[in-house]
Design a protein around this ligand. Structure first.
Ligand code: PMP
Ligand code: GLN
Length: 399
């Protein structure tokens, strides 16, 4: 039989998250790979979902989402990020992953260029390539003597903008580096977008996971950006219900059409009872959101201590729930140095019993080398699980 798979998806392998979750299960490893909490979100949000399942809504939601959720998303945007919008600027999707796919499908023509910071969440490149666009990667460099956090070179970013650039995708707080883009950095990105008439698509799924008193800045709320920014986010990380897959896109209607026009053919509508529950979640009092930051700061510090005790140098993330640890020069139990991050993470899962993600999957083929010196650890886990990971990782320090 000839290969039934269309050329446009033939080269896609299985995602690094699926591969490493399977490997973790096979070796009974503590899974600090795929980023999902091992605890559920607030009981009252689960209760709101149960109520909605019992009493409705249980039929198709409108294409743009339940009015109550669109209102709650608009309120939340103003309450936290001074992003003044109305419910008509919101389209609800099945997770941020769908919003990303819809946005890139709805905006990119074959031959257009799309600027991405590397490393990037793996679905960006897949969605851009399905749209036939060319990706221009701009590297985020690790902290060094002059940079306290991951940083990018302004000249490299400016050079990535060409006459063919249609959009730039900005993920802040950033997976996997934990970088939180500063207001000044976002202003420089905004200036380039305006100068080159480029659309910004932001991925803000970790918007509430920002540490040490830093602030999350919403690009769409900067002067001149409202009309040219599609803000994407979801409820999964903020409310610890990643399996519910409630996401959304925010933009003025003319730009939002990129998402809604695609969304109507991809899923048409997103789970009604879960939308109702997330409308409730977005209106939780401030104490929920400050508690979330406090709890995640403690988990981050616990994981940083575990890595340090294991002799792994790590970059303290400013946001998100991931830590990149430096694995350069590490060797296995026979003293054989690892050739790359895939090999290290596979060995760590099989022989140490802790799964981590090899971040080279988050780079363009020509830049994979930059990811090969790191392993990504997710710390969205209960203390007992983080402590068990710490105990297992101690073996690393003993050689
Ligand atoms: N963007 C980033 C940066 C992510 O890390 C993830 C994964 N959780 C997503 C998007 C996907 O979000 P969702 O589960 O809402 O589709
Ligand atoms: N966003 C999660 C991570 O980065 C994984 C989501 C997925 O499995 N697609 O680990």
């Amino acid at each position: 039989m000839r290969d039934p798979i269309a050329a446009r998806v033939r080269a896609f392998g299985t995602t690094v998250f699926t591969r490493f979750s399977a490997l973790a299960a096979e070796h009974k490893a503590v899974n600090l790979g795929q980023g999902f909490p091992d605890f559920d979100g607030p009981a009252e949000v689960a209760e709101a979902a149960a109520r909605a399942l019992r009493d409705g809504p249980n039929q198709y939601a409108p294409l743009f989402g339940l009015p109550v959720l669109r209102e709650a998303i608009a309120e939340h945007a103003d309450r936290f990020w001074q992003h003044r919008i109305s419910a008509s600027d919101v389209c609800v999707t099945s997770g941020c992953t769908e919003a990303l796919f819809d946005a890139l499908t709805g905006l990119l023509e074959p031959g257009d260029e799309c600027v991405l910071f590397e490393p990037f969440y793996d679905s960006y490149a897949a969605a851009a390539s399905l749209a036939g666009a060319t990706i221009r990667g701009v590297l985020l460099h690790p902290p060094d003597a002059t940079h306290a956090a991951f940083w990018f070179d302004d000249a490299a970013l400016a050079a990535a903008f060409t006459a063919k650039t249609k959009l730039i995708l900005v993920n802040t707080p950033h997976n996997p580096t934990g970088k939180v883009f500063t207001r000044a950095e976002l202003e420089r990105i905004a200036a380039l977008c305006q100068q080159h008439d480029v659309i910004a698509v932001t991925d803000e799924v970790y918007e509430h996971l920002v540490y040490d008193g830093r602030a999350h800045t919403r690009l769409a709320a900067l002067p001149g950006m409202r009309e040219r920014t599609l803000t994407l986010s979801s409820a999964g990380k903020t409310f610890s219900f990643t399996g519910w897959k409630i996401g959304w896109a925010i933009a003025p209607p003319a730009l939002l059409k990129a998402v809604s026009a695609t969304h109507q053919w991809v899923t048409f509508a997103t789970s009604s009872p879960l939308q109702a529950a997330i409308a409730h979640a977005l209106r939780l009092p401030d104490s929920f959101f400050t508690g979330l930051t406090r709890d995640y700061t403690a988990r981050r510090d616990r994981m940083l201590s575990a890595l340090s005790a294991a002799g792994l140098r790590a970059h303290a993330p400013e946001g998100s729930y991931f830590i990149l640890a430096d694995i350069a020069g590490r060797a296995d139990h026979h003293g054989e140095p690892f050739t790359n991050d895939e090999e290290f993470c596979t060995w760590l899962t099989q022989h140490v019993g802790v799964a981590a993600i090899p971040p080279s999957s988050f780079y363009l083929p020509e830049h994979k080398l930059h990811g090969e010196r790191f392993a990504r650890f997710a710390f969205c886990k209960t203390d007992a699980v983080l402590d068990e990971a710490a105990r297992r990782l101690e073996k690393l320090a003993q050689r």
